[in-house]
Design a protein around this ligand. Sequence first.
Ligand code: ADP
Length: 600
Amino acid sequence: MSFEETPDTGLRLDEIMSGAWSQAELVDALQEIADGVYGVVGFGVAAISVLRDNDELEIVAVSGNADAREELLGKRRALSTLEADIAMADWWGPLCFVPEERVIDRLEDPGWVPDVTPVDDINAWKPLDFLFSPLRDDVGDPVGVLAVDLPADGLRPDEDRQRLLQRYAEYSAKAVNALLARERLTERLRLAETARSIVRTASAQLNLDRILADCQAAIVEGFGAQGLWIQTFDDLDSAEHGVVFSSGGDAVVLPEGLIGVAHDSARSLWDAQRVVITTRRRPPSSHDPLTEGERHLILEYLDSIGIGSMLFVPLGAGPECLGCLALTRSEDGPEWTQVEADAALDIGHDLGRAVLNARLFEREKKLLQEMRELDSYKSQLIKTVSHEFKNPLTSIVGHLELLESVELDPMEGRSLEVIARNTGRLQRLVADMLVLSSVGDPNRPLEAKPIDLRDVIDDVIEIVGVQAEAKAIKISVDSPNEPVCAAGERDEIERLCVNLISNAVKYSAEDSEVAVHLERRADSVVLSVSDQGLGISDGDQVRLFDEFFRSSNPEATQRPGTGLGLAIVKRIVDRHEGEIAVRSEMGRGSTFEVTLPACD
Ligand code: ADP
């Protein structure tokens, strides 16, 4: 039997390797190589192991008898035992051979030992003979082992067979390296995907600090980075450059110059949709936006904090660059791969969107706060002014009453009438302003109690009744027989009803009808007030609830009013978390419908 390399051997091995891309295909390739060692090189058992994370060698492919497969597949041993084996081996080129005599001398546990009787030859293979080839990576570190046993001819291999075995060992090393790279890549991808999904989840948050805090650990772990910092740009045109977060959670103080460089680089990278890797190990790529001086500055800084390489990623949304993310690895950390660079840019998009959302939310919150403050200031102002008016008005009214009992000539009497009428208007205005400031005060919480709206309507009809009777207007009320309760403040609900019903009367012609309808609809109570009056134009309807708004219809403005009635109604509705709607047609009448949350 001859065991020599033929042209077919290389072809066959190339064929095996060229078809193997996925992890499973690479494991199959290793099995085929092991089978080749069995069938072509002529060893009864061939086993290939690969290096695992915890410095253990795991057997992933075994060829030969079922006994050996059963015994060996999946078996692990410490890498250090390989080193011990190498130390006592004879070198046959790249192959290591440990003769039985030495194994017996040195090892307590020789591992799997086939049950064979050596042939009668000076070169006979002994049961404890151990022949293997350490498999190494590009830089010579061990990544696995090809071990063989049970030569078919019972002899220790001659030089031809050794050479043939070496060929298989070379291909085993290739396949093992490819398998390990593939596994690392798959793992990396999985982690990058994990990091992305965490960023997406965190994006649901609207607080920037929380988003960044939640993402950091996941991104660092996902990318196998040593550290990370995230910088967000507050305002792209201002000199402010946002906040920098480190993986440790503490704010990192970057040299001032670097912040500016990061800012400018991030913008140009975002425009080009690229990331950049900065390391002393590689010259800058042609896409690197850094000048030689800037690169030098960064490398010096990285050196000073013990970092070997940095993956720099812009963050943004749409055309806007909103910050940057820098992932770092130590001097002896692995190179950044293209897959990682792509995944990092995706994260730049995800985080960018999150930053934008959070920023918009912050702005909205700030605006709302400012509006609240303005509102509060306005109610305070209205309140103060109204109070200031109230005292002199009370005095004027008092003096007017005194004058009523005094004998006056007709002209003086008319003047007094005018004064009294306008004083009345001023009093109504001041009263409305005081109510408006009270119901519009954001700092005054609602003290809600269940209120039966039927009772409120009864009271209101009594108040408005006089005004309606004077115009021969009939007010009809349509309400259920059982209580129709809303949660609210009675005085305010009453004020709401007075304003709506008295408006309906005020803006209606004599002899018409006002209909009040009350009903319970699911979780709400609905109150509607309809009249057959002037109606409100579409243009006026838009501004109806604004303070001091009075209709553009001259017929309406002839009637006394302050323009505050509906503004008060709207604020009361808002305070009660209700809604108000209006339907109206000029010359035919209007319906105001208020919906309030019901309570039992
Ligand atoms: P006012 O004191 O002027 O009545 P409101 O705030 O109550 O102030 O109403 C604002 C404007 O809306 C009124 O000036 C009036 O033109 C119009 N309006 C309110 N209610 C009605 C209604 N039922 N019919 C017609 N116009 C109305």
